[in-house]
Structures are given as C-alpha cells and as structure tokens.
Design a protein around this ligand. Structure first.
Ligand code: FES
Ligand code: FES
Length: 159
C-alpha cells in the first residue's frame, strides 16, 4: 500500500496539488514537486537556515517540516517577495548594501528577516541581530547582511 497522500501546497498564492510520501520534506516538495527552486537546501538538518520559508507568516526551516504538515497553509518563498518588476525593500537593501556574495544563503536570510519584521516591525536592534544569528552564511558576509536588514527595517516601518 502506498503511503502517498494528496495535499495542496499554496505557494505565493498559487495552489499546487501534489501527491507526497509522508516523509517528504516541505523543502523537497517546494523545489521538486512545485518547481520553486529559489528556496535553497544546505545542511538538511535544520542548522543553516538556507531553506527558510514563511508558513502562515512564521519563518520555518522547510527541511525540518513534512510537506503534509503544510497542507492548505499559506507558504511564502523568495519567488513571491517582489511586486512584479519591483523588488521587495529587503531584496533591494541586500543589493544596495552588498548583503550577498555567492547568494546561496540569501533566500533564507530574506525570508527570515521579512517574516520577523512583518510580525515585529519595532523589534530592537539587539533582538534583530539575535534572530539573524540563527542562519549561516558560508561566505561570512554577516556585517553587510545585518546592515541590509537594518536598512530594510527602516523602510518597512515607514511604508
Ligand atoms: S537546509 Fe534547512 S536548515 Fe539547512
Ligand atoms: S552569500 Fe555565500 S553563503 Fe552567504
């Protein structure tokens, strides 16, 4: 008997009806079953944060969540950040502040930072840095990542 289940992943407002095994991770389902490869996979152990997406507004490490647990929930990935041709303030701030080098960790940092600032726009600088410290950047460009998120935080508060 197959343990596959029919689920619907709603990614950036678009429904994807897929059939997945119970052990299928959300990260694999997003990338391989729904073709949204902007979400990156690094460690697959919940350590690096490269796979961070928003599930019902909460930053989640998608390598640690089963796809079936996200059935019917609102998922946001890096592909959904821009407004058409216009970049999200967080994307623009990363570009302007040189917050990315190879870019592998960037989708995870973007989604983490956007998720936190949308929920807590007035988060203290200390707490913001604390949150960002949960994700890893192999290129070690942390200072510019922090600078970019701080700049975007100011813009997001004003909008
Ligand atoms: S790939 Fe998910 S935390 Fe590293
Ligand atoms: S920019 Fe290369 S891993 Fe972060």
């Amino acid at each position: 008997m197959s343990d596959k289940t029919d689920i619907t992943l709603i990614i950036n407002g678009q429904s994807h009806a897929i059939r997945v095994e119970s052990r299928r991770t959300l990260a694999d389902a997003i990338r391989e079953d729904c073709g949204q490869t902007g979400t990156h996979i690094g460690c697959e152990h919940g350590v690096c944060g490269a796979c961070t997406v928003l599930v019902n507004g909460e930053p989640v490490r998608s390598c640690l969540m089963f796809a079936q647990q996200a059935d019917g929930k609102q998922i946001r990935t890096v592909e959904g950040l821009a407004y058409g041709e216009e970049m999200h303030p967080m994307q623009r701030a990363f570009m302007e502040n040189h917050g990315l080098q190879c870019g592998f960790c960037t989708p995870g940092f973007l989604m983490l930072a956007v998720g936190v600032l949308e929920r807590e726009p007035d988060i203290s600088d200390h707490d913001l840095v604390d949150v960002l410290s949960s994700n890893l950047c192999r290129c070690t460009g942390y200072q510019n990542i922090i600078k970019a998120v701080r700049a975007a935080a100011v813009e997001m508060r004003q909008s």
